[in-house]
Design a binder for this molecule. Sequence first.
Ligand code: HEC
Ligand code: HEC
Length: 429
Amino acid sequence: MNQIRKSLKTFVRIFALCGLSAILVTLITGYAAGLEVTQGPGDNRTGYESADYESRSISLLQRTGKAADLLHVLQSPPLGLPPVPVPRDNPVTQAKVQLGRKLFFDRRLSLNETMSCGMCHIPEQGFTNNELATSVGIEGRTVRRNAPTIYNVAYFSNIFHDGRETRLEYQVWQPMLAFNEMANPSIGYVVEKIRRLPDYTRLFETAFGGRGPGIETIGMAIAAYERTLVSGNSPFDHWHFGKDAAALSESAKLGFRLFRGKAGCAACHTIGDETALFTDDAFHNTGLGWQASVGTDPSEVQVQLAPGIKVPVPRNVINSVGERPPSDLGRYEVTQDPTDRWRYKTPVLRNVALTAPYMHNGAFGTLREVVEFYNRGGVTNPLLDPLIRPLGLTKSEMEHIVAFLESLTGDNVETLVRDAFAAPIGDRR
Ligand code: HEC
Ligand code: HEC
């Protein structure tokens, strides 16, 4: 009898242990999977992996989202950021944000129903595209500039790299109509198409007090969603504004001092007394635009055949088969003032660790390259901004600046990415 009781006890113990480890395994893999879904490219490239290329992508259908309270940031902005400006004629409401988010991720908003806003402003890639220097639109058409992040876009009145648009409400029509982006033939075409989609009827009526899809309401809804993508409360904010000495590494602290001091970055990437947007909302010539337009072409171009595999190809061969890059004169295209040639908007540096590649043409893949570029004094040209000059930074000083830039990632990134994944894609809901 004792013998039976003993083996029964052992059995129960083993059983309990197995159960416990099963729970642990589930928790660990669940956590790992959780990390996976908020990082990496958006399409499933299984099978593309090789020794020097590893993709962490997941397919759209495998994503699990979790809707967040997006309106929260409007009531209380995160540490380090000023109150979110909201135009009086387009108050942000729950219904508008929900509708705007659905429109943002809906591929049916493009001519052939393949391309949504969210495919160039990819949530898990910092609401930009980490894989392309310059965007690729519908049917593989080339776009001349890099897709900027949508994080904190609520704070600008200068929209696009050249500041040619003034309000988010209007901005939406540019990508929707651009031949090389979403390629719709006209505003009316888009409006009529959305009118015919039954899943939108009620959403518009609820958000706009009975008004249906139209040139105004479509822009207002998408703008309302974008205004909620505010991200601050970073380790830097905790240290600098929150006075928490332990929030930042020593290296990042040194980097901040260089950023404001020797390196002179804060002259353009402004830091206020109580908040920091890291932009003067102005336009500057760092020489990159000049280099692409009139700079001397290298005689050989490194052509990438596969990830990491490059071969040198003579420039004349490239020119005989390839298209010349489209001209880009920056701010001049808006003002027609010759001194504005190759000036571009100073970008917000918040979340910059997530938003590679950098600059208006995606010239640099890493923050280190950006800092090295500034250290060289940019690209000399007749219109170079006087604040861009050789900085004489040492290697370790540059590392500190990079550490500082990496401390600007907001604490709600994962929440916003998961919220984006919860968006109903197309007519699935
Ligand atoms: C084909 C890729 C592509 C698509 C699709 C696309 N965008 Fe963009 N987006 C870009 C590029 C590239 C820029 C920069 C263009 C420029 O400065 O000339 C940009 C700029 C922006 C900006 C300005 C950001 C800033 O810092 O000034 C906003 C806002 C924006 N897009 C929102 C949207 C919305 C909303 C949609 C859908 C209606 C959309 N985008 C669709 C590539 C895309
Ligand atoms: C004269 C003004 C000015 C100064 C000084 C300046 N920047 Fe910039 N910064 C800009 C402008 C303008 C751009 C955008 C350039 C473009 O799009 O081609 C930019 C782009 C960047 C970017 C890329 C951001 C993105 O999202 O693409 C980073 C990172 C950056 N600057 C960091 C720094 C650092 C670090 C320093 C100091 C070493 C510095 N900047 C000094 C004006 C300035």
